[in-house]
Ligand binder design. Structure first.
Ligand code: RIB
Ligand code: CA
Length: 318
């Protein structure tokens, strides 16, 4: 196990964002989440922010939440209600909370965290939604890049897409923001569909969580079951928990195969909008590359570790 990392999670909960946070919450020995920032994506900024506040309490965490961008940098927002439900987390009701967001916008909140970081310490950014907040932060405060350990993001695909044949939702939603982040020069691990499509929870295990687990397991299982009824997975045996691949990679890099390669983002308005062009020709010397694209994953290990984490968190919350 690698040493404990300071993390900022930038998310749009979102069923798989919610499950990813559950995974991280079960492993405080690995992650010190110093802040959660929200971004419009799966649902509106209001809904994803309310979900983030409730999830922090539901998982027994005490992490400040900051509300971020309500729209992509240049384009109108597109939500994914058909996949994530009206409330954004599979229409599963988790308890309301009195917790409020911090007063600052997510970008200013992140800036404050970096300003208060002890000398020499760095933060790993874990974006699991559109990259709007991260891009705005780098544009406004480029010096922050010196305090970023790496970016482990869910987004993109070397081959294929889910919103269109050519692009994955997080990149499609805000391609300009993604282009800014991929051009940042920072070390990036791209947890794209090539790996996340292999990392899921199957119907049997989702039902087991609901029927035999505690309240967290029941909620997570219920969210996954909503996913499994959605157009994305209704013909499939398992639902991909895309966002959880970020934290899973940080804990178990050995179950993934990453390849360094140039990645560029298509910001056109045509059929390739949001495509992450991954140059697999191997013609660019590795030392000049900053992006590692996860190209393979051990899906059974992923599911085993994820289910273990859900049950561990439930046991802790008893
Ligand atoms: O394409 C999958 C990604 O889009 C995930 O982050 C999911 O939560 C949605 O935001
Ligand atoms: Ca997400």
């Amino acid at each position: 196990m690698a040493s404990k990392r300071k993390i900022i999670m930038d998310c749009d909960p979102g069923i798989d964002d919610a499950v990813a946070l559950c995974l991280a919450a079960a492993h405080p020995e690995a992650f010190d989440i110093v802040g959660i920032t929200t971004v419009a994506g799966n649902q509106t900024i209001e809904k994803v922010t309310e979900n983030a506040l409730r999830l922090v309490d539901f998982y027994g965490l005490d992490i400040p939440v900051a509300k971020g961008a309500g729209t992509p940098i240049m384009r109108p927002p597109v939500t994914a209600s058909d996949i994530h439900g009206k409330n954004g987390i599979g229409d599963i009701e988790i308890p309301e909370t009195d917790r409020k967001t911090v007063p600052e916008h997510a970008v200013l909140f992140m800036k404050k965290i970096f300003d208060e970081l002890p000398e020499g310490e760095k933060i790993t950014l874990v974006p699991t939604g559109p990259l709007t907040n991260i891009a705005l932060m780098f544009d406004l405060f480029p010096e922050i890049k010196d305090q970023v350990e790496e970016i482990v993001l869910m987004g993109g695909a070397a081959v294929g897409g889910n919103v269109t044949a050519a692009s994955e939702f997080n990149i499609y939603e805000d391609p300009e923001a993604a282009a800014i982040v991929f051009r940042s020069g920072l070390p990036i691990v791209m947890c794209g569909l090539d790996a996340t499509h292999l990392c899921g929870v199957n119907r049997e295990n989702a039902a087991d969580l609901v029927e035999h687990g505690g309240k967290i397991a029941a909620a997570v299982g219920g969210m996954v079951q909503f996913y499994l009824k959605s157009p994305a997975y209704k013909e499939k045996d398992a639902a991909c928990i895309h966002d959880a691949v970020t934290f899973m990679y940080l804990m178990h890099p050995e179950i993934y195969n990453g390849v360094k390669m140039p990645v560029s983002v298509d910001c056109s308005d045509g059929p390739m909008r949001g495509n992450t062009l991954c140059d697999m020709r191997g013609t660019v010397p590795e030392e000049g590359l900053t992006v590692t694209v996860l190209m393979d994953a051990d899906g059974s290990k992923f599911q085993e570790y994820l289910l273990e984490a859900v049950r561990m968190l439930d046991a802790k919350r008893k």
